[in-house]
Design a protein around this ligand. Sequence first.
Ligand SMILES: [Zn+2]
Ligand SMILES: [Zn+2]
Length: 134
Amino acid sequence: MAAAAAFGRAVLTAGGTMLALGAATMAVSSVGMGVARVVLARRKAATAVDCPSCAGEGRVRCAACRGARVIEHHPFAGDALLFAGAVSARTPWCACPMCGAAGEQVCVNCLGERTVLPAPREVRLYFCEAEGAR
Ligand SMILES: [Zn+2]
Ligand SMILES: [Zn+2]
C-alpha cells in the first residue's frame, strides 16, 4: 500500500516537473520570438521602401475580374444540357471566385504590408536590363 502511494507521488512529481519545464520552455521561446520580431520590424522600418508592385497600397486590382467583382461565367456553358435547352444561360454573371467579389487581392509582393526591403543592387540591375529600361 505504501509502495503504491509512493509510486503515485513519484508520478505526480514527474508530471509536475514536465509541466513546469514545458511552461518554462514556452515562455523563453515566446520571449525570444518577440524580441526577434521587434528587431526585424525595426530593421525593416529603417530600410523599407514602398512596395513597387502595389505602389504601397498593399492591395492590387484583381487580375481575374479586373476590379469588376464579377466574371461572365455559366457553370453549364458548353454543357450538353445547355444546348438541349434544359438549362437557361440568361444569367452568366457570377461573383469573382479569385477575389471573393472584393475586386482586389492582397499584393503578393509585400503580402499586404505595403513596404518591402529594397532589392540588392545587382538584382535591380538584372531586372532593369531585362525590362530594357534605364
Ligand atoms: Zn476578382
Ligand atoms: Zn505590395
